[in-house]
Ligand binder design. Structure first.
Ligand code: UTP
Length: 291
């Protein structure tokens, strides 16, 4: 088996109902965070982490995503004619970013099912899963941190973040013991979906970054629909846990849920404040609101 993590799967076949009406026609992954579609943040993170092949799992109405990562002859030609070389570079840069493949999830049967759709394209090697809604601000990039842990442990890795108090009930929660050498690593023993605070096995909330061994595909094939009638990735990983070691990794950085209206607002403010072209101006504007 090739032990290097070279491929990243981006499940993008969901309906994005939390962001209606914006997502009625526009795929959630194409909503702009400041000036870039949220999926591009994930793609840039993957490439900065050494990923060579991006696999998008798409569904109906996601054509805009394919166009976004392709050359736009008309746009590029017009920009060239107008001498707008800087903007031309930005437009072309996206298209030349990486090797990209697409696979269709015919029906949104759940995240586990979406990952399973990538089985043939991934083959027999470990791979990353990036949920594009989860935009992460981290240096080094979150996936790069995880690949480092994978290279040491040679086992599946689930990214987590600390969530204290009742807010943990909004997440999948990791059960496990802290690694003796690295307090950011957990030896995973289980996962509990949206537990009440008193029942939560830890304060480690599972977020949208995984590195999985290919064995998970066979297990997902046998996974029956769980919560919400969907084939859950969590159920596939729980089955994997019975066969191999799985680790939690409390990454260094900040995660935003850009698939949710409030999370997108938080991400917009924080990413805008970091922009050199207008961050300072925006900070002054916010101060001026006197809130
Ligand atoms: P979400 O539950 O956050 O996405 O799934 P959703 O279903 O699109 O959104 P809401 O809850 O209705 O607003 C997490 C990720 O899994 C993908 C989604 O596209 C999203 O990136 N997903 C989910 C699939 O690819 N297929 C599915 O069947 C379900």
């Amino acid at each position: 088996m090739n032990k290097k993590v070279r491929k990243a799967v981006f499940p993008a076949g969901g309906l994005g109902t939390r962001f209606l009406p914006a997502t009625k026609v526009i795929p959630k992954e194409m909503l702009a965070l400041v000036d870039k579609p949220i999926i591009q943040y994930g793609v840039e993170e993957a490439l900065a982490s050494g990923i060579e092949h991006i696999i998008f799992v798409t569904g109906r109405g996601k054509g805009a995503m394919e166009d976004h990562f392709d050359y736009s002859f008309e746009l590029d030609h017009t920009l060239e004619r107008r001498g707008k070389n800087e903007i031309l570079e930005v437009s072309r840069g996206i298209a030349s970013m990486a090797r990209i493949s697409y696979v269709r999830q015919k029906e949104p049967l759940g995240l586990g099912h979406a990952v399973l759709c990538a089985k043939e394209l991934v083959g027999d090697e470990p791979f990353a899963v990036i949920l594009p809604d989860d935009v992460i601000d981290a240096n080094p990039p979150c996936l790069k941190q995880m690949i480092k842990v994978f290279n040491e442990k040679q086992g599946s890795i689930i990214a987590t973040m600390a969530v204290d108090g009742p807010a943990i009930s909004a997440y999948g929660c990791l059960a496990g013991s802290v690694d003796k050498k690295n307090p950011r690593i957990y030896n995973c023993t289980g996962m509990v979906e949206k537990p009440k605070l008193e029942k939560a096995p830890s304060n480690q909330a599972i977020i949208g970054r995984y590195i999985l061994t290919p064995r998970v595909f066979d297990l997902l094939e046998k996974t029956t629909p769980g919560a919400g009638g969907e084939i859950q990735l969590t159920d596939g990983i729980l089955a994997l846990l019975k066969k191999e070691k799985v680790y939690g990794y409390n990454f260094k950085g900040k995660r935003f849920d850009a698939g949710d209206k409030f999370g997108m607002l938080q991400a917009t403010v924080e990413f805008a404040l970091k922009r050199p072209e207008f961050g300072e101006k925006f900070r002054e504007y916010l101060k001026g609101l006197g809130i």
